[in-house]
Design a protein around this ligand. Structure first.
Ligand code: PLP
Length: 449
């Protein structure tokens, strides 16, 4: 469609008058009015196009407006737009069957939610009822959602204002070799020390009080942290030893983001519960859920599960999931994500890192990458302080603005930029985005020592 700045101004004005935005001081924000989107791109009413290196909130794994997913939603809306969760519905049954087929091990039953936080919320509830224990362990450097249990599990500053202190959550340090909490010299030592630390936390908290350990398989928003070889297997072993439920949160990492259907597939680890959302249907209609192992499902075989949602397994969302999974299989989109990561994004980002003093580390896989930006490669001092705001955050704000001026929509969190485009991004688009990052990082270099 032709640019229509007047329409854009009207959309913006109504937004500013009436929409209350997430995570924001309402008078200090200036949301971009978006007119449309397709594939890896979206555009505003003034005719500016943006290559979406953030996949919105890391959810449009299949890209914008995939025709098969759009058609499935339209078809479902015409046939049966809504139905309560108590009924058996063809698209819900099929979505659950497909998800069970893809999830690892014996995770063969699916409880549907409207998003990731509700999935985490219900996984914790299941673990507590299954074990009869209350405490839950989760990692610093994590994000699990913004509802009560999920925000308390979260290990970043978004928890602070909502921390009830009564949620029964205990945080521990997960592995992060580049910024090791254990002064480890390498990945193997980081793994060994992180597992020893977790074993100590369990011992001192009392294993018999711990219902679950909740971990992101690959930590997402808090830094794209890939677990060292052996770490997840070690956590699995600790859970087995003490009868603790192992929950893997794959809300961001799942459905192709890491170049596998689930990140757990990279390490052959099977959790007791696996939470998902985002990529399951690329967010075309809100959907999330918990994939449940046989042993936990058995707890609720003759005892009622005390949880539910009016829209659990909503037909429009499930139709979108069936179409998304089917299209991803037919078009080999997960394989494409792995290949573009290995052949284009990884090498391209490493090359960029060599040229820029501000790039401390490149890490990732598939279409899930982070650049850890620093003031000094030697000391690894972050380019901006932890949780910086206002003037302190200027280097990152300047970098983001430089990307946007050049038509790239970046994902920025603290001192990092994440490269998280759709799994469908083409080689040419990926290279175009990398070239913009390369230029924009010069703005950040100016803040190095
Ligand atoms: N878990 C992880 C790992 C996430 O990345 C997110 C969102 O970014 C959530 C949970 C929360 O999902 P939602 O925003 O759909 O509630």
């Amino acid at each position: 469609a032709a640019p229509d700045p007047q329409r854009g101004a009207a959309v913006k004005a109504a937004d500013r008058a009436h929409v209350f935005h997430s995570w924001s001081a309402q008078e200090l924000i200036d949301p971009l009015a978006v007119a449309g989107a397709e594939g890896s791109w979206f555009w505003d009413y003034d005719g500016n196009r943006y290559l979406d290196f953030a996949s919105q909130l890391v959810n449009t794994n299949i890209g914008h407006q995939h025709p098969k997913v759009v058609a499935a939603i339209q078809e479902q809306a015409g046939r049966l737009a809504t139905l309560a969760p108590g009924f058996a519905v063809d698209v819900r049954s099929e979505a659950a069957r497909l998800i069970a087929e893809l999830t690892p091990g014996d995770l063969d039953k699916v409880f549907f939610t409207n998003g990731g936080a509700e999935a985490v919320e219900n996984a914790v509830r299941m673990a507590r009822l299954h074990t009869g224990r209350h405490k839950v362990l989760s990692a610093y450097r994590s994000y699990h959602g913004a509802t009560a249990a999920a925000i308390n599990l979260t290990g970043d500053p978004r928890r602070w204002p909502s921390d009830t202190g009564a949620a029964g959550v205990v945080h521990f340090w997960g592995p992060c070799a580049y910024r090791s909490a254990f002064h480890a010299a390498d990945e193997a030592q980081e793994c060994e020390r992180a597992l020893a630390h977790l074993a100590d936390v369990i011992a001192f908290e009392g294993p018999q009080t711990i219902a679950a350990i909740v971990l992101e398989t690959v930590v997402g928003t808090a830094g794209v942290l890939i677990p060292p070889a052996g770490y997840l297997a070690g956590v699995r072993e600790l859970c087995d030893r003490y009868g603790i439920v192992f929950v893997l949160d794959e809300v961001m990492a799942g459905f192709g983001r890491t170049g596998r259907w689930f990140a757990a597939d990279h390490w052959g680890v099977v959790p007791d519960l696996l939470t998902f959302a985002k990529g399951v249907n690329s967010g075309y209609v809100p959907l999330g859920g918990v994939a449940i192992s046989e042993k936990i499902a058995a707890t609720f075989a003759t005892r009622a599960y005390p949880g539910g949602l009016t829209y659990s397994g909503h037909p429009l969302a499930c139709a979108a999931a069936v179409a998304t999974i089917t299209a991803m299989r037919e078009e080999r989109i997960v394989e494409h994500a792995a290949e573009i990561g290995e052949r284009v994004l990884g090498p391209g980002l490493r090359e960029i890192a060599e040229r820029h003093p501000c790039v401390g580390e490149v890490r990732g896989l598939g279409v899930f990458w982070a650049l850890d930006l620093v003031k000094d490669k030697e000391t690894r001092e972050p380019l901006v302080p932890y949780n910086a705001a206002g003037a302190d955050n200027a280097p990152m704000a300047d970098f983001a603005a430089a990307c946007k001026r050049r038509g790239l929509w970046p994902f920025v969190n603290m001192n990092r930029t994440h490269v998280v485009p759709p799994c469908t991004i083409t080689e040419a688009e990926a290279k175009e985005g990398l070239a913009v990052l390369d230029e924009a990082l010069s703005a950040a270099d100016a803040h190095c020592r």
